[in-house]
Write a protein that binds this ligand. Structure first.
Ligand code: GTP
Ligand code: SPV
Ligand code: MN
Length: 590
């Protein structure tokens, strides 16, 4: 069957067939019948375990290689022409050298396997802001995940027509060799290569590879922004609907905030919350001078541990149908799944098969699900999906929120003095590392705009792009920083978080619409403690004051750390250096 007459597509695929030498080639057409066929194949080859179809219809479990459980930042490369343009935060290799290496690694890598051709769209197919890609892969796991996470099939080829404007992606899990894992981006040719991995963000190329690393390059050239941000819609008791985006590093609460359920008192007052996106936002300036956001994805690749009826019932509901679970525990008693935090006490299953396939018993010290175990769930499963989710123009943004995990330094919330100062806050944000990437967990590192692993060019140029964009937005969103993760003296989270984060968003929105005053501090504007609504919480105004407190000594250390980081980055725009100097001066005066 002929799927396209597009010569650019056909000749590129032929080149990769010659290189990888698959036994056969299968085009993904987007039909349910083909998905069912590939699911059955994945089960028979052992890639997927079919779960209890009564309790979890169309749900499957996948276990990865034990050495292939997260994004591999040290194996991720941006191979632009000049090393200095990749900047100090990216790994780089000369394109020629990398092509030579990849050609060797991909040589014959699909022998005895099927090459799947996945035409996919980031964004609503045919909409002015959609961008198309084709991923060639030998992995049924990738096919079945891409079918959930993006819009796939013949409709994409039809929309592409005879254009050569598509992102070329090649993936082979090859031998899963740890030493030869490569996640490579060639921004000058719009190409992506992933080899020797079969895990999430390394291989579902529409997500971090395309929608952030390649798209950040496109955005810079074309005057828009590709960001690691959730998009949330909120309706207040007056019936006003407003949208915010938030950039938090991996495993720092985007999915949870995107699906928040208002606290009881807020619900009674008429507040409602809707998810537009949980991980990626593409932002453009609208004709009305506002900033507009679309979610280019079609599903959620969410962190499983900690997701439960209380913390995030909406996310839990998303995972009940048509979901692929990766590296969670299997419950042999009823063919369902379990992860840490799903249930408590007696409700924890007595016996499980852990993510490594080993028997696990309640009380065992080892956790049965991997800390970065995930669910891949279709967006349409989301009970609070926004009715604007498919709007090709996206939604207008009132506030941009940055945040991370900071045990001490960062207060619960503060607002930037203006756009440029907000860019300073984004550029200098830091967070404790999580299990979403390989490497140590819990170490504070700078993660500007939550884009450290995802910015596809020089970080300093990216900051300049943010400053430049600010000048194009007549009606700028206000910029904030939040921290849900401050610890009390006993080492417990001092803020309840999750749905109660709406209490902070409430203040943020009031600030956006000049409905409330603030206190000026060296960091920017903060709420008066009594302006954070704590009705119904087991907390006092003094507790809030503590959460909002700024430790001068710690912040002066922070200034030194930011200065050292700026020195490492180079190409730091003068506006940001000025903001840093102002912060230091204001702290010293305080
Ligand atoms: P990625 O998918 O890796 O980009 O992660 P994410 O930013 O979407 O993070 P997610 O919402 O999945 O949350 C990650 C972890 O943080 C989970 O274990 C959550 O339970 C926890 N978490 C999320 N929100 C809060 C919060 O408000 N307070 C606290 N204490 N923990 C939270
Ligand atoms: C993240 O790590 O930020 C994720 C998961 O959203 S992954 O798709 O692996 O990048
Ligand atoms: Mn993410």
């Amino acid at each position: 069957m002929e799927f396209t007459k597009n010569q650019a597509v056909l000749s590129w695929i032929q080149e990769k067939i010659d290189l990888c030498q698959p036994d056969s080639v299968v085009w993904i057409d987007g039909s349910q019948a083909q998905v069912d066929e590939i699911r059955a194949l994945a089960v028979s080859e052992g890639t997927m375990i079919k779960l209890n179809q009564e309790k979890l219809p169309d749900c499957y479990l996948h276990r990865t290689d034990p050495d292939d459980v997260a994004r591999v930042e040290d194996r991720t490369f941006i191979c632009c022409e000049k090393e200095e343009d990749a900047g100090p935060t990216n790994h780089w290799m000369a394109p020629d050298q990398m092509y030579a290496k990849l050609n060797t690694l991909f040589q014959g890598s699909m022998k005895g396997r099927v090459m799947y051709v996945i035409p996919y769209s980031m964004g609503v197919i045919g909409s002015p802001f959609a961008k198309y890609g084709i991923e060639l892969t030998d992995s049924t796991y990738v096919v079945l995940n891409m079918v959930i996470m993006t819009r796939v099939g013949t409709a994409v080829l039809d929309a592409l027509g005879d254009s050569d404007d598509f992102i070329k992606g090649l993936h082979s899990y090859a031998t899963l060799s740890k030493e030869d894992k490569y996640i490579v981006h060639m921004p000058q040719n719009n190409e992506i290569f992933s080899i020797n991995s079969n895990y999430g963000g390394n291989v579902l190329q529409g997500k971090k590879c395309f929608a952030l690393r390649i798209a950040s390059n496109l955005g810079r050239q074309e005057g828009w922004m590709a960001e690691h941000m959730l998009i949330l819609g909120l309706k207040n008791p007056k019936g006003e609907v407003r949208y915010v985006t938030a950039a938090f590093p991996s495993a720092c609460g985007k999915t949870n905030l995107a699906m928040l359920i208002p606290p009881e008192g807020y619900k009674k007052d008429g507040w409602e919350a809707w998810t537009v996106g949980d991980d990626i936002a593409w932002l453009r300036v609208g004709e009305d001078g506002r900033l507009w956001a679309v979610n280019p994805e079609h599903g959620f690749f969410g962190v499983a541990p900690g997701t439960n009826k209380k913390s995030n019932p909406n996310a839990l509901e998303c995972t009940k149908r048509g979901t692929i679970y990766t590296n969670v525990a299997y419950n042999p008693a009823d063919g369902t799944v379990w992860w840490d935090g799903l249930t408590k006490g007696d409700e924890i299953p007595e016996t499980l098969i852990d993510w490594n396939g080993q028997e696990w018993h309640r009380g065992d010290a080892k956790k049965p699900a991997h800390p970065n175990s995930r669910f891949t769930a279709p967006a349409e499963n989301c009970p609070c999906l926004s009715d604007q989710y498919e709007n090709p123009n996206g939604v207008p943004i009132s506030a941009i929120i940055f945040g991370g995990r900071r045990a001490k330094t960062a207060p619960l919330v503060y607002q930037s003095r203006d756009w440029d100062h907000g860019v300073f806050i984004g550029s200098s944000m830091a967070s404790e590392t999580t299990a979403a990437a390989t490497g140590a967990v819990g170490v504070v590192r700078r993660d500007p705009f939550a884009m450290l692993p995802f910015c596809g060019y020089h970080m300093g140029d990216y900051w300049q792009h943010w400053l430049d964009m600010g000048k194009k937005i007549a009606n700028q969103p206000k910029i904030f920083h939040v921290n849900w993760f401050r610890l009390d003296d006993e080492g417990n989270f001092a803020w309840p978080g999750f749905g109660d984060n709406l209490r902070v968003l409430d203040w943020i929105l009031k600030r956006c619409f000049q409905e409330i005053d603030a206190v000026e501090t060296p960091l920017g504007y903060e709420p008066r403690p009594e302006d954070i609504n704590i009705e119904g919480l087991d907390m006092t105004v003094e507790d809030v004051a503590k959460l909002l407190s700024v430790d001068k000594g710690l912040w002066l250390e922070e200034v030194d750390a930011i200065r050292a980081y700026y020195d490492k980055i180079g190409r730091v725009p003068a506006e940001l250096q000025d903001s840093l100097n102002t912060l230091e001066a204001k702290l010293q005066e305080a």
